[in-house]
Design a protein around this ligand. Structure first.
Ligand SMILES: [Zn+2]
Length: 113
């Protein structure tokens, strides 16, 4: 299976990793023969998905459409936030040597920006 990368931070997303996928394809409408592009899968790691959703609206109509969809996911259920939280705890755990207080401080900092 191909390895995917987060479009925003370029983190490698191994199969089984939690992520948000945006599927995109184009097709002609009302034109014969109907033409379809290949479907493209764009991935975001949970941290980037949450960070994008919390951030200001991007420029560009397509970016805005994707942003609105990601916001819908992030706001409809805390599971994605929790996935971002877990991943970040893992990273800060590695950096700080796994201290419980260190992890909690770092998570607070993450939510501040
Ligand atoms: Zn990312």
């Amino acid at each position: 299976m191909e390895n995917l990368y987060c479009l925003r931070c370029n983190r490698e997303l191994e199969s089984g990793n939690k992520s948000v996928a945006v599927y995109m394809f184009t097709q002609t409408v009302g034109i014969r023969p109907r033409q379809k592009s290949a479907a493209k899968r764009i991935c975001f790691c949970p941290q980037c998905a949450v960070s994008l959703a919390m951030g200001p609206p991007p420029e560009g109509a397509l970016n805005l459409a994707a942003w609105e969809m990601i916001r819908e996911l992030v706001s409809s259920d805390p599971a994605l936030n929790e996935a971002a939280w877990e991943a970040l705890r893992g990273i800060t755990g590695l950096l700080s040597g796994g201290g419980e207080n260190g992890a909690r401080r770092a998570v607070g900092g993450y939510l501040e920006f």
